[in-house]
Design a protein around this ligand. Sequence first.
Ligand code: SF4
Length: 101
Amino acid sequence: MTSRRRFIQIAPLAAASLWAAGPVHAQLVGEKDPQAAALGYVADAARADKAKFKNYAAGQQCGNCALYQGKAADAAGGCPLFAGRQVAGKGWCSAYSKKAG
Ligand code: SF4
């Protein structure tokens, strides 16, 4: 019963924080986010850690990554690696995969 009681205590708080967040404007992923840091995500591909991530090549950026869900010219768009948030079109991470075509 303890976990049920805990849920009852937490649920209204979670609902309140969702409400406070207002309409869904996907938040930009921060570079200090643990998932972002693990993937070496940077909001500006020019700052990619080239020493650590040897797979980086000039010209690579979220906007031309196969996983990017925005249009190439969009300032930001979704990425399945950061569900519910957006990455910068000019960003980059080590999971980069060149978009076909
Ligand atoms: Fe950007 Fe692609 Fe990495 Fe997603 S997987 S953050 S779109 S480089």
